[in-house]
Design a protein around this ligand. Structure first.
Ligand code: ARG
Length: 468
């Protein structure tokens, strides 16, 4: 039963029930690259401050290379004492190169080590995995916005038809929400840019370790300022879980719209077969499962966030084993988000917009009521009075006293010019104010969105290049 890294103080080995609860190797082994990179930087630093000879360092580096290879190829054989990725790597390195492997942990604790690994894993996952997927989805929306030209649909408030807008305008609204998501993720990565290595268990070290050297080697701008904070801080985990929750909420809202739009009742879009599912019983069905899952997964992402905040809230300084609960929600949220973004992007990029159906809905003369009121305002009437005049005409039309266009044409303050606003596709072209829904206003917006995407791609690249 021996073999635990901490066995010296213990007379017997750990109970099976303890190991079953305590071990994290099953899920933290995915951080093997980060763990080994951290160890490489650490032993290199140990040599440069005189705590290892050059030969010892080289032996350990060879051992680490071998373990990395085993992990990557799947040939790594775990033993019961491999409590977590940190103990597993050290155990195997020592097995491979002998006693000198025991020097790898000089001036280091698993507490600063795990904090380092999670920061590095998170940084790479966001910069190389998730942000590129968000950018790609933005690109898809922008391409659609470009391609749909002057197509228009009803804009909604309260899910009631409100005012027609350009379809491109609607699509770009989602792009701007995603711009904020990217910004948040980048800011989260920038904030976690401090290496905890060298904090030791909690209090630093009596050995001449050099946290600046390891920080630099691992692509961090700086090392920690306070060793206690370094090992107990999990803000970056909570932040990523929040960023992904809010991004998940955005995707959920997009999903909900796609579900509505794909329904027979709306009929605004037709989904491609490759991104739709069928029913096992009803032969006619074509279901928007991806959009439903985008909506459903948001619950899971929020659950990961709230669960983890609850884990953290009662913890005194510094490291507490509760913190081991940071990894599973984090891995899960990242994986969930990756899958969702990829599938949703596929669904959106392959769907067809039924622009005639949209236009037919948007051309209901009532949708132009606000524009009629604006017409009266242009003629000098107070908006409140104008609202009343048009409201009365709407009521008359609903009461069957005539069609709205006829009533408008006959009204002394409105007339034929105003009635032209009720012609198909006319009214939304009026809303050319900055950021508004007319094609003329959407053009500069489309350019701005493209420029933003380009800037964010460049911003991402700068950070990717700093990764070790
Ligand atoms: N597996 C642990 C975790 O994920 C690593 C740190 C263990 N530290 C300790 N003092 N037991 O948090």
């Amino acid at each position: 039963m021996a073999g635990e890294l901490w066995e010296g103080r213990f007379e017997g080995g750990p109970a099976e029930a303890l190991q079953a609860l305590n071990d994290s190797f099953g899920f933290d082994r995915r951080m093997y690259k980060e763990d080994i990179a951290g160890s490489r930087a650490h032993v290199t630093m140990l040599e440069s401050v005189g705590l290892l000879t050059g030969d010892e360092r080289d032996q350990i580096l060879v051992g680490l290379d071998q373990v990395q290879e085993e992990m990557a190829s799947g040939s790594f054989e775990a033993v019961p004492s491999d409590e977590d990725i940190h103990t597993a790597v050290e155990r195997r390195v020592t097995e491979l190169i002998g006693e000198v492997g025991g020097k790898i942990h000089t001036g280091r604790s698993r507490n600063d080590q795990v904090a380092l690994d999670v920061r590095m894993w998170t940084r790479a996952e966001i910069l190389e995995g998730l942000i590129p997927l968000v950018l790609r989805f933005q690109q898809t929306l922008i391409e659609h916005a470009d391609a749909v030209g002057e197509a228009y649909l009803p804009g909604y408030t309260h899910l009631q038809q409100a005012q027609p807008v350009a379809l491109a305008h609607h699509l770009l609204a989602h792009v701007w929400a995603l711009v904020r998501d990217v910004d948040r993720l980048v800011a989260t990565v920038d904030r976690l840019d401090s290496s905890p290595l060298g904090a030791g268990a909690l209090a630093g070290s009596s050995l001449p370790v050099d946290p600046v050297q390891t920080a630099t080697a691992l692509g961090f701008t700086k090392p920690f300022d306070n060793s206690l904070d370094a090992v107990s801080d999990r803000d970056y985990v909570a932040e990523v879980l929040f960023d992904l929750s809010l991004l998940g909420v955005h995707l959920s809202r997009i999903g909900e719209e796609l579900i509505l739009w794909a329904s027979t009742e709306f009929g605004f879009i037709t989904l491609d077969d490759s991104f739709s599912t069928g029913s096992s019983m009803m032969p006619q069905k074509k279901n928007p499962d991806i959009a439903e899952l985008a909506r459903g997964k948001a619950g899971r992402l929020i659950g990961n966030l709230t669960g983890f905040l609850a884990t953290l809230k009662g913890l005194p300084l510094t490291y507490n084993k509760d913190m081991q609960e940071d990894k599973e929600p984090m891995f899960d949220s990242c994986r969930t988000m990756g899958l969702t973004l990829l599938a949703l992007d596929g669904m959106v990029s392959t769907l067809t917009f039924n622009t005639e159906v949209m236009a037919a809905q948007a051309d209901s003369p009532f949708a132009a009521a606000t524009d009629l009121a604006d017409f009266l305002v242009t003629g000098g009437m107070a908006f409140r009075a104008a609202h009343g005049v048009v409201g009365e005409l709407v009521r008359k039309a609903l009461d069957g006293e005539g069609t709205l266009p006829d009533l408008v044409a006959a009204h002394p303050d409105l007339g034929a010019d105003a009635a032209r606003l009720l012609e198909p596709g006319a009214s939304f072209r009026q809303r050319t104010s900055k950021g508004g829904g007319a094609p003329a206003a959407v053009l500069p917006q489309l350019d701005a969105a493209k420029a933003q995407l380009k800037a964010d791609t460049a911003r991402l690249q700068v950070r990717q290049e700093l990764l070790p």
